[in-house]
Design a protein around this ligand. Structure first.
Ligand code: NAD
Length: 419
């Protein structure tokens, strides 16, 4: 197998493999292998140091067969058009697998958010919103937070769009993951991390493992990683290792997650200099002796180079495309149970769908209603994939992809192939 070391190549590879397994016709494969729309823009907002920033943005709508495209806004110094294309394709499969009426999309802002203060970040986000507004919309593409963006940014996007219309609210849902006070939904911030835990609990039941005392290691302590840590802790698991951009913490007796969250809050989101744990370099993360390993940072982290170090029984993919295909084969050969990204981290897009409904119907769901619906959705999707995998003697990743791509294809056929 040629070396596949990027999110884009992983997405392409997974689609090609699926096409072969499900016998996808050539012309339908051609339709799904490329995005429907790719937009590139350059922005030069004025920052507080008196200089113009130089920012590229990429907006991709991969597919809208099952509904408007849905997918987060990634803001990092390295994001590229190619990465955004790969991530938008992943979103098409994820929305399909989760059974929500959306297609797949993604936005990239090529800029390191950690290099600016909150005022300058707001300037950049508003500049993006103004420029990208005509590509966003409840019937077209609805963004949400992803790496480097959060609910504050989504609030600013919503404000910028309604302000430019001269109205108090937007016409329908232009963005999800907003602050609750602006029409966001209770439990959206927690949704992806909670979904990761709910699918892990479902996996434990199938594998005869107990969530109580399960030793968990989490890579990334941003939105997904920290919320998964809180929910794992609530369910009785023990978080023995956490890594982020600043390093790694280890404590075999279990980290004090409440205190770590407080520490990160007052330390620019970083876990470094936390007391009550051994510090290590983040490269040591994959060698940690644990039951469950949760990649919740960037893509292509589990590779042919580090996969043999992994001793976990379960990998719960909180991040998008964290495992390269070569590494995936090794995990499978080693009998490690992988809960693939499009299933494991689908809780975020499911609760975004609830936010979309809430905004359309001018209603407000409670956090307990959201949690119940999230739990039911994650466990029923897990069961669908598990049963399919069992019937076809396939891995969970292959089963997820077969089901997800199969539904999009059914949608294309139902619409008809004419333009
Ligand atoms: P975030 O920006 O809130 O957090 C990212 C975290 O990763 C930070 O703690 C950062 O320090 C850490 N990190 C970066 N590089 C690292 C490295 N080399 N080693 C260890 N840690 C590193 O982002 P997020 O929203 O939590 O997203 C994390 C992942 O989950 C991404 O792959 C994203 O696409 C995926 N995801 C997010 C959501 C969501 O709702 N936010 C939904 C589905 C999937």
């Amino acid at each position: 197998m040629a070396i596949i070391n990027s999110v884009f190549k992983t997405a392409q590879y997974n689609l090609m493999q699926t096409a072969e397994r499900i016998g996808l016709e050539e012309n339908l494969l051609r339709k799904l292998a490329v995005p429907k729309e790719k937009i590139e823009q350059r922005l030069t907002p004025l920052l507080s140091n008196g200089k113009l920033a130089n920012i590229e943005i990429y907006i991709v709508r991969h597919n809208d067969t099952l509904g408007p495209s849905k997918g987060g806004i990634r803001m990092t110094s390295s994001v590229s058009m190619e990465e955004v294309v790969g991530l938008s394709m992943e979103m098409t499969w994820k929305t399909s697998l989760m059974g929500v009426p959306f297609g797949g999309g993604k936005t990239g802002i090529r800029f390191a958010p950690e290099t600016v203060n909150s005022t300058d970040k707001e300037v950049i986000i508003r500049s993006v919103a103004r420029s990208a507004k005509r590509h966003f919309g409840p019937e077209l593409y609805i963004p949400a937070p992803d790496m480097g963006t959060n609910e504050t940014d989504m609030g600013h996007i919503r404000d910028c769009i309604s302000y430019s219309e001269g109205t108090s609210i937007t016409r329908g849902c232009f963005v999800t993951g907003k602050p609750i006070i602006l029409g966001g939904i209770a439990g959206r911030r927690q949704a992806t991390g909670r979904g990761v835990v709910y699918t892990t609990v479902a996996a434990c039941k199938k594998l005869g493992l107990n969530i109580q005392g399960l030793k968990v290691a989490i890579q990334g302590f941003g939105n997904v990683g920290s919320e998964a840590a809180i929910e794992f802790h609530n369910q009785g698991a023990k978080i023995i290792a956490v890594s982020d951009a600043s390093g790694m913490l280890f404590n075999d007796k279990g980290l004090d997650i409440g205190r770590l969250c407080q520490h990160a809050k007052s330390n620019r989101g970083l876990i470094s200099s936390f007391s009550g744990a051994e510090s290590a370099s983040r490269e040591e993360f994959f060698g940690v002796l644990c039951d469950c390993l949760v990649p919740a940072a960037a893509g292509s982290q589990i590779t042919a180079d580090n996969v043999s170090k992994i001793k976990a029984k379960i990998i719960s993919e909180g991040a998008n495309a964290p495992t390269t295909p070569e590494a995936d084969e090794v995990l499978n050969d080693n009998g490690i149970f992988v809960i693939p990204d499009i299933l494991c981290n689908g809780g975020g897009v499911f609760v975004s769908y609830l936010e979309y409904i809430q905004e359309t119907q001018h209603e407000q769901m409670t956090e307990s209603q959201v949690k119940t619906r999230l739990y039911e959705k994650m466990t029923s999707c897990f069961d669908d994939v598990y049963n399919y995998a069992h019937d076809k003697k396939a891995t969970m990743r292959k089963a997820s992809m077969d089901l997800a791509v199969g539904r999009v294809v059914a949608g294309i056929k139902a619409r008809g192939l004419l333009p």
